[in-house]
Design a protein around this ligand. Structure first.
Ligand code: ATP
Length: 259
């Protein structure tokens, strides 16, 4: 991975005093969050707690009412122009009837990197081949994107981010609709991507999978309730603050602190 544009020493994500929302809906109410490079950070919260809005604010798709967002020290528009960040949205936010192949979707990751002729060159095609291989979709690359299963569509968007060679990947529920064996393969892939130098912010409802996947966890409810290692964050007390009191049987199933 070549990341010449990243300011040395900058945090991957810096969010300060962020207030954002939609018309009369306050979705984020004073979010402060710093995520260092080479980290997989899990974003956890109930439905409507503001996870997707935070992703959109990081991408510049939702404007702050107050506060600021920086990606590698840069405003979101600039970080997007420099191909520093990629976003895998929730499936509901994508028009799957759009007549493009899986390969076309992955090639979109290269658009910001095309040469002066604006045509894919050998290196772009190679990057797309490589990304398709890494998510296990090489055999399905000529299918229309809408003809894939839910889990395969997610993998196509992850491949787009890999082809883009983005230093920061924002993944909104990448495991939704993904079967257990594909989820295990994605977890291994995300850890490889982290080890290559990327930073990943990932929203998930799979609490039990957090300790294996994530270096850090963030509990969100319009603002950050807790942030730190999974062991320190996923305590019964913090989870009760995030999700409300759990029934005794469910509480017994919550992840144990790592020893
Ligand atoms: N386009 C929109 N217009 C108006 N309100 C919205 C819009 N999108 C989200 N909201 C509201 O903003 C708040 C935060 O929503 P958001 O989608 O960020 O939550 P979330 O944590 O991602 O939820 P989920 O787990 O269900 O995906 C909710 O109250 C939601 O109803």
């Amino acid at each position: 991975m070549s990341l010449p544009n990243i300011p040395v020493g900058a945090a991957a994500i810096t969010v300060t005093g962020l207030h954002a929302g939609y018309h009369d809906v306050v979705a984020l109410d004073g979010v402060d969050l710093t995520v260092l490079p080479r980290t997989i950070c899990g974003l956890i919260g109930v439905n409507g707690s503001g996870k997707s809005t935070l992703f959109k604010a990081l991408m510049g798709l939702v404007q702050p009412v107050r506060g600021a967002v920086r990606i590698f020290g840069l405003p979101s528009g600039q970080s997007r122009k420099l191909n520093l960040v990629t976003y895998v949205p929730q499936s509901e936010d994508v028009d799957w009837t759009f007549p493009v192949s899986v390969r076309d979707v992955v090639m979109m990751g290269r658009y910001g990197r095309l040469g002066p002729m604006r045509r894919p060159r050998r290196q772009d095609r190679d990057a797309v081949d490589h990304a398709l291989e890494r998510v296990g979709l090489a055999d399905l690359q000529h299918r229309q994107i809408g003809e894939l299963s839910g889990g395969q569509r997610k993998r196509a968007f992850v491949a787009r981010g890999i082809a883009q060679d983005a230093a920061l990947m924002l993944l909104d529920e990448p495991f939704a609709g993904v079967d257990k064996s594909s989820e295990a393969a994605l977890v291994a892939l995300f850890r490889e991507l982290r080890d290559e130098g990327r930073t990943i912010l990932i929203s998930t409802h799979d609490l039990a999978g957090i300790p294996q996947l994530c270096d850090e966890a963030v509990l969100l409810h319009r603002h950050v309730l807790a942030h730190g290692s999974p062991a320190t964050v996923l305590t019964a007390e913090n989870l009760a603050r995030t999700f409300g009191p759990l029934p005794a049987a469910a509480a017994a199933d919550t992840p144990k602190e790592a020893s």
